[in-house]
Each structure stands twice: as C-alpha cells, then as structure tokens.
Design a protein around this ligand. Sequence first.
Ligand SMILES: Nc1ncnc2c1ncn2[C@@H]1O[C@H](COP(=O)(O)OP(=O)(O)OP(=O)(O)O)[C@@H](O)[C@H]1O
Ligand SMILES: [Zn+2]
Length: 722
Amino acid sequence: MTATRVAVLLPYPFDRAFDYILPDALVTTPGTLPQGTIVTVPLGKRMVPGVVWDDPPDAAMPDQRLKPIAAIIDAPTLPATLRRFIDWVANYTMAPRGEVLALALKSNLLDRPPDRFGWAATTPTTATSPRRQTVLDTLATLDRPDTAALAAAAGVSPAIVRAMADAGLLTQIRRDPGAPRLDPDAAPPTFSPEQAAAAAAIRASIDAQVFSVTLLEGVTGSGKTEIYCEAVAQALRQGRQALVLLPEIALSTQFTARLAARFGAAPTLWHSGLSPATRRANWHAIANGTAQLVLGARSALFLPFTDLGAIIVDEEHEAAYKQEDGVIYHARDMAVVRARLAAAGCILASATPSLESAINAEAGRYRHITLTARHGGAAMPSIETLDLRLAPPPRGKFLSPVLIEALTATLAAGGQSMLFLNRRGYAPLTLCRACGHRVTCPNCTAWLVEHRARISLLCHHCGHTERQPTLCPSCSAEHSFVPIGPGVERIAEEVAELFPDARRIVMASDVITTPEQAAAATRAIIAHDVDIIIGTQMIAKAWHFPDLTLVGVVDADLGLGGGDLRAGERSAQLLHQVAGRAGRAALPGRVILQSFAPDHPVMHALCSGDLAGFRAAEASLREPGHWPPFGRLAGVIISADQAEIADAAANALARTAPTDDVIVLGPAPAPFAMLRGRHRRRLLLRAPRTIALQPIIRAWLARATLPRAARIDIDIDPISFL
Ligand SMILES: Nc1ncnc2c1ncn2[C@@H]1O[C@H](COP(=O)(O)OP(=O)(O)OP(=O)(O)O)[C@@H](O)[C@H]1O
Ligand SMILES: [Zn+2]
C-alpha cells in the first residue's frame, strides 16, 4: 500500500508547498485530510504550522524522503476562497506564497481561545458507532467541553470528535453568553430621496449574491457611511458576513460606535492594536461564522471568513491602503479580488475617488453611485486661498494675519477651529546658523526632525534619535542650531502665544498612538472641551465634529513638490478631505488655504469644487504616456549594505532588461537612496494596460546573475515616488 501524500504550504518565504506523508493514526478515514486543514509538520529540526494546500503532490520525490505530518491542529480549516486569494495575491505581487500565507496565519492564533467555545450535541442524538455513542453519553455529563477535554473524558482521539462534528452530530457553541447578534434593522436612518435611491442600488448590488464593484462617490458629509451600512445590512439579512476596511486604526473607535448604533451590537475588530487574546478570539469567531461584521485595517482581507457577502473600502483613495513592507500590496485592489473570489459585492467609498476607480466607473467596469448634497441641508464649506506673498506671516511665524483674524472671530463666536499641517514634530530641518550644516540621519537619506516635546531629533524613517548637538560637528560653533520650517508642535506653540486662553489639542500619529487615545481626543472635541485642533493627516479624514466651522491649512503647497506622479491628485484629495471637516452640522464652514501658488490647478479645483474637472485634466496628462491607470507600472528595488554592490547589481539588471513592449527607466537612486542603513536603487518598468508585467519580470530575473549580497524587492503598481 502506498502512503498518502499531502501538499502543505508553510507560512515562510517559500513559494511552493512541500509534500508530507499523512499517518493513518491522525485521521478517522485513512488517507483523507481536507484541504485547508491546519497541521504541524517538521521543517529541518523545527516543528512549524502549515496548511494543507490544493497543489498536486510532487511525483518525482520518493516516499522515503518525505517526513510525516506531526499533528492536526484543533483550529478551523482555511476556507477555499481564502486559499485561492492567497495564491492570487502571491502571483500578482510576486511574493512567495508562504509569505502571503503568513499574513493569514500567525502561529499565535492557533491556540483555541480558552473558555469561549465548547461542544454540544445536536438533536436528534443518534450515534452510528459505540465509540461515538460514548462521546455523546460523556458529553451529556459535561458543560460545553472543548475538543481536548471531551476526547479525554470519553477516552477517544480528538479526531473522533472532529469527525462527529463533520457528520453533524456535534456543534460548537459559545461558552460565554457571547456578543449579541447584529440586527440589520436595529436603527436604520430616514433617508433623503437622493440617499434612498443610493441605498436601494447598494442593497440590490449585495442582494444579487454575485461579484460586483460599486464606486460610492459622495461629497463630504453626504452620508456615505449610512449608505454603505445598507450593504452591510443586506449581507446580514442573507446570513453572510461583511467587512468594512478603514485606512487608519485611529478611526476605529468612532466607527465602532456608529456601527454599533446602527446594528444594535458592536462589530468585531481586526487591527494591530488588539491584544493577542482578543485577536485569537476574534479570528476564531470569524472562522466559525459567529462574527457577522468585521471592522478592520487592510490585514483583515486575510481573515478566514466563512461566507463573505460585502466588502466596503472606506476612503478608497487613501495611500495608507498600500502595504509597503514585506508583501507589497494595495488593499483596495486586493479587496476587489477578494470580493470576486467570494462572489461578494465590493463598495469603494470616497468623496475624492482615486483616478483608478473613477476611470473604472467611467468605463462601466464599476457601478457608480453619487451623492451630491450634504445631509440635513448643511452647506458645503466655502474654500478660499490666501496668497502668502501678499499677506505673509510675521518673521519666524507661520500663521498669516488673515488666518489669525479668522481664528479670533471663530473663538469669539464660540466655534471650533482646526489647523492642518501634514508634518509631525517641531521643525522638519535643523540647521547651523554659522555654517549651514544640516543634521541628517546616519542610516537614511533624510533630515532629522526636531521633536521638542521629547527634546530630541528623530528620523521619521528608521526611528534613529539623538539629542540636539550643542556644538556644530562641522564648524564647532556653540548653540548655533536653529529650527527651519514648522511642524505641528511649532504651530501649537504659535497658537499658544496668540491665544493663551484657547484650549488646544495636537493630533499626530506620534502623540495619539492608540485607538483609545484617539477616542478620548474625539470625545473631548465633540464635547467642545477643545477650541483649536492642530493636527497632521490624522485629522483629515472621516471625522465628524459638529461644532467645527473653521479649517486653516497652514501649508497647502506642501504636497505639490517632488517627482511623484500622483502629487497633484493626492494633494487635491487630502486638502478636500480636510476642508470637508468644516461646517458639517448647523453652522456653515470656512476653509482658508495658505499658499504661495494660489494659481496652481489644485488650488483652483479646491476653491471651485470642480474635482471631476481636475480628474479629467489629470487623466489627459497620464493617458498619452501609458502612465497609471492607463498603463502598468512596476518598481524593481535593488538594495545592499554597500553602495557598490547595489550599483553593480542594478547595472547588471539594467543591461539585461526586457525591451519588447516595456519601457525601463533607471537605474536611479530609489525614493530613499539609503533607508535603514541599506543602499537602494530602483528600476521602473512601464507597459500598456494589455501587457502583464509579472511574467516579463520573472523571466528577466531568472536570467540575471546577481551578487548574493543584493536583495530584490518588487513593487507592482508602486504609489510611493518621493
Ligand atoms: N439620512 C440620515 N439620517 C440621519 N443622519 C444622517 C443621515 N445621513 C447622514 N447622516 C449623518 O450625517 C453625518 C455625515 O454623514 P457621514 O459621516 O455618513 O458622511 P460621509 O459622506 O461618510 O462623510 P465623509 O466623506 O466626510 O467622511 C453623520 O453624522 C451621519 O450620521
Ligand atoms: Zn533614519
């Protein structure tokens, strides 16, 4: 008799699944183990987790060379839709499949959450074998035991318990009372006619139970959240699960509260800030289908949903959806793929859709729903540029007299104001007054940023920190360093000098680091315990602060520099979102953009509100040269500890670069020529939309001989060019 082989994919950077022998003793029916089963297998001298995969076994490998599976882990199987998704993401991003599996399977998830789930008998309870009858009799004397406890008490192997569950004799129930079920009709809002039409269209897209993508485009404050909740409700009515993705976990507390109010119970959370025990419990609840609605960050795409009916990507234009380390993927694009594989509806929501999604909607590939009015008759804010050349701030200050006057008036009227500057810390650059020496990071191509609160200089890329030098290392002048330019801390200082009695809060990712801190800040703002909010992009999106009427953008030109293909688009999106925080309730909003370039097309688009026109202009710039979204782009990043090795490898690759159908740019120093101590070079490949770059890159890299010390990272659809 031949041994049964199973292919097992391991959560490590291997692309292929390895074959193992399935010992008969592990299973009730010899020779069968369902795909998706999580197992423990030997790898070298270690025992590691793995997942039974769908690959055919490797016929060339003799049985004697294979090792046996060590154990079957008592955990849910990974569903086929998730396995296909992992294969797809790996193939598209060119990451090894095991590395993608690692996003779905962290080993600390695999212990069963203690005390939360246990077995109960189903009715009628008729067993088909004496052993099974023993299990049922034993179960009658126990209170919802877990698998190990039940098997031990009945004197059978855990496999029997699992087989009985497969046969429908046992069912898993919560040991604690558990979260209440969500009610799709707990508290539906009363819709305006425009909203009602959008809601009906959204419900229909989910009701069909087939794959579709809908772009939900609505002005800020138009009720997009309320509308996409209808998609969630429809999935719940069908007994399917729903996933809402947010670009930033700081928002999760506010959205948890909103979703809980709408559905009568809180959603299940998924983000990096959860405790290991909560993560484990939530993962199991998602895998066994008791979690109906998940609110999460991009990694939630890799959860083992049993039946996903709706995926919502809120603020779909956000660059934060791009994962830039490890497996490099764009969560918005992968959400569409996940929905296709699950036959689910995908909703992309934004007030400022990405050019990618807008073009897809225009071409009819996506459905398009628009909301043109703010809820409750609130007017759109008035937006004006303030020409800093005509009304400059005092020397060494950053708020112009016009903005100061507006702040004074808002304070006097009892209103709330927000000052936006997309820069953390006190000053972005520290310079020696005597010789002009700049303090740079030893590991990165970057200036150190002064953080006055921490009395230190900090690298925003690698975290390197050092004290401000008292002697200039270049000219030895004493106490000669001066801060150049503002960060939010410096603006907060200026506000404190101007308005000593105003209550201030600074919101930036290094000050507000947890969802709880964000929630506390939000509560204080909504309770109007704060007069002036000073913040980075953290305050730009999705917040709903009813009393906020004035928004001042300290440096509207900040995002326009640099060679980034999407600099204009992104700047317009960000500033429009910031502006959208103003005047969302009864009182009208006013937005002031401080700029040295008030004639720039981005400023015109913002002031006129004609974002569609701006998008059309962007599209006409990108289309002729096949730039995204009209063509495909991939970055090949070569890095090494030594600059010479990085250069040699980059030049060697460039010499053998593909030519047909593809334009290769570079090698050039990568966005950060040196990052965390590694020297980086980049080649950029561009091709028309009809050409897939992955096979071309695969063949090219297979041909190349590169120094061992060089490392290659591939970034398909790169979005970071700075
Ligand atoms: N039909 C409605 N009935 C009651 N309240 C509503 C309704 N529609 C919207 N709202 C409320 O109006 C406010 C703005 O709505 P919401 O936050 O959904 O807008 P949005 O389009 O997502 O905004 P943004 O793009 O700025 O994040 C919220 O407080 C929301 O609860
Ligand atoms: Zn650094």
